[in-house]
Design a protein around this ligand. Structure first.
Ligand code: SF4
Length: 183
């Protein structure tokens, strides 16, 4: 296992909400080289290539990973959540380390996806088969991850093949999950 331990260095009250905590921790191995891989697989990660830092929203906490093994997190609910965050990070880092040859690293900041960008590429028939009243409300739920694009069965008709290709490409570029076998 590449990362065996995340050592908690300091736990302090959160600066913005005294009922919550912030913490500082240290990894037992280098991860600078792994950050672009994590950037690729973690949808809401924001990678800053200039300072090689990755920020991730986990539950409602903001966690920053630095190239020098340091981790800083704020707005953490309690120590139980802190442990959950550390376990989650350990699992993700070990996963990218073990699967580096299958993941394409992403060295740039991901684009933020807009509802209208998704809507533009949907069939726009408002057929309701996805369970939404309109394609626009479906687009909003795709962006907020309440629904996956695969719930739109209409998009798989041949008439929409060009839109589908563009839409899947757009979603993938923004870090959304579209399985590789769907084109
Ligand atoms: S299934 Fe697709 S085409 Fe039909 S309403 Fe939902 S998003 Fe629109």
């Amino acid at each position: 296992m590449y990362i065996k331990e995340i050592k908690i260095k300091k736990i302090l009250p959160c600066l913005t909400d005294q009922t919550r905590i912030r913490f500082y921790a240290e990894l037992d191995n280098e991860i600078a080289e792994l950050l672009p891989y994590l950037n690729r697989i973690i949808k809401n990660a924001i990678y800053n290539p200039t300072i090689q830092t990755l920020s991730i929203k986990i539950t409602d906490s903001i966690v920053a990973l630095y190239p020098n093994r340091e981790i800083a997190a704020g707005y953490v609910k309690d120590t139980q959540t802190l442990q959950m965050i550390c376990d989650w990070l350990k699992q993700k880092i070990n996963y990218v380390y073990e699967n580096k040859d299958k993941i394409e690293p992403l060295f740039e900041q991901k684009n933020k996806l807009g509802i209208l960008e998704v809507y533009r590429l949907l069939p726009q028939t408002n057929c309701k088969k996805c369970g939404e009243l309109t394609c626009l409300s479906f687009a909003a739920k795709v962006v907020s991850e309440e629904k996956n694009i695969l719930s739109c069965s209409e998009i798989f008709y041949e008439d929409y093949s060009q839109k589908r290709k563009e839409l899947f490409k757009l979603l993938r570029s923004c870090g959304y999950l579209v399985p590789k076998n769907f084109v």
